[in-house]
Ligand binder design. Structure first.
Ligand SMILES: NC(=O)CC[C@H](N)C(=O)O
Length: 402
């Protein structure tokens, strides 16, 4: 199943939001091997950044011209999970590790039904100096870029395109969410399941799909959850009618301030059932509680971020992928910052015990990344169990009276 070795270069994925079927490098890689020939054609490509720099490259995968925000990811492994993470819609992911593709691909590592990212930029094959671009992004912050294989467009025109597009204020969730309600039953395969110790009980979780990664669903299932996945626009009233033991607000792409409808949904659910927010879900919870989110300089994308759990004092090495963060100073009284990113002190987790709320800015499901934070799924089931057995006071407080 896995390809032997790969020389992958700049991959132009598909136009975000376009209706045409994506031409994915993951799919191309899959067909690689029989006679040793690569299934893709390479051609000249240019990555033009809004700061005026032009990076000559070779492309494989789709051809065309695509604009998006360029972010760098420092993970050493897990390119397949990164390629299929819907949270990257609207973004080019530039890998700092030069060896991408050398472990092939497999069916188990897909994080969603397709690649939603704008493109992948890597070093091997084409010699795009991803370290040099990373230094630029670290210095100036995330930049908008255009990746093009079209020689008829001039550098100046590409630069103009990069300067007339912005990821801020765009609802990218609606382009990646599922359209219909469905059940999820797959658990983490036993050979990979290192830690889930469910209590033997079953909990019904409604999971809002803002771009949900499969491994979040698999980890929940392994901890004994029966999951109903619902689209991002699913009304809170319908969710509450399902009488869930808990609600999960998932990860997802783009600007959390651009999806007020999702914040409203979260608001309507808060205080009624235990909830768990992951990444975008955490940011939406922060806003629903009255807090504000802001755009970071270049965000966190990688599998090596140290986080301190302020409740236990333990440090976790975590998988992260976000460009926005919650400003804890804007949160109301009663909301506790439970986790802090030790690289920059930013808020990495929240809890509001009075309302059975917990959330993490990073990825306890990893994929890719270390598994230190997997306990968060157990904590969510404990929250649901307490609620079920009425270990909390019967009437939950609301945001205003907490
Ligand atoms: N992984 C995610 O959910 C990302 C959240 C949000 N799109 C951000 O960039 O901050």
């Amino acid at each position: 199943m896995a390809a032997k070795s790969l020389g992958v270069g700049v991959s132009l994925s598909h136009l975000v939001g376009s209706k045409s079927p994506p031409r994915l490098c993951v799919l191309s890689i899959r067909c690689f091997a029989k006679n040793g020939e690569r299934p893709w054609k390479t051609s000249d490509a240019r990555l033009v950044l809004e700061d005026g720099s032009i990076w000559k490259a070779k492309s494989f995968g789709a051809s065309g011209t695509q604009v998006g925000e360029v972010v760098f990811n420092t993970s050493l492994t897990g390119y397949q999970e990164i390629l299929t993470d819907p949270s990257y819609a609207g973004q080019f992911v530039l890998m700092t590790n030069p060896h991408i593709g050398n472990t092939g691909v497999n069916f188990d590592d897909e994080e969603s039904r397709k690649c939603f990212l704008a493109g992948l930029v890597i070093r091997s094959l084409n010699d795009v100096d991803t370290r040099a671009i990373t230094r630029r992004l670290r210095q100036d912050g995330s930049l908008i870029g255009v990746l093009s294989t079209d020689n008829s467009i001039t550098d100046e025109e590409l630069l103009k395109m990069s300067r007339s597009w912005d990821i801020v204020g765009i609802d990218l969730i609606s382009g990646v969410s599922c359209q219909t309600v469905h059940e999820w039953v797959d658990k983490t395969k036993q050979e990979w399941d290192f830690s889930s110790r469910g209590s033997g009980e079953t909990f019904h979780v409604v999971a809002y799909d803002f771009g949900i990664k499969h491994n979040i669903l698999k980890r929940l299932a392994s901890y004994g959850c029966k999951i109903t996945v619902v689209p991002s626009t699913w009304p809170a009233t319908e969710t509450l009618k399902m009488n869930p033991d808990g609600v999960l607000f998932s990860n997802g792409p783009g600007d959390p301030s651009a999806v007020p409808y999702a914040v409203e949904t979260v608001k309507e659910i808060l205080g009624k059932v235990p909830v768990f927010g992951i990444c975008m879900g955490h940011q939406l919870l922060g806003q629903a509680l009255g807090g504000k989110t802001f755009k970071m300089k270049f965000g966190h994308h990688g599998g090596n971020h140290p986080v301190r759990n302020l409740r236990t004092g333990h440090v976790e090495i975590s998988a992260q992928n976000h460009n926005y963060a919650v400003d804890p100073a804007t949160l109301p009284e009663g909301v506790e910052v439970t986790h802090v990113n030790l690289n920059d002190g930013s808020c990495a987790g929240l809890a509001f015990p009075a309302q059975r709320i917990m959330s993490l800015q990073y990825h306890p499901e990893a994929s890719p990344g270390p598994h230190d934070s997997d306990y968060a799924f157990r904590e969510f089931t404990e929250l649901m169990k307490k609620q079920k057995t009425k270990k909390f006071e019967p009437k939950l407080s609301t945001v205003s009276d907490a």
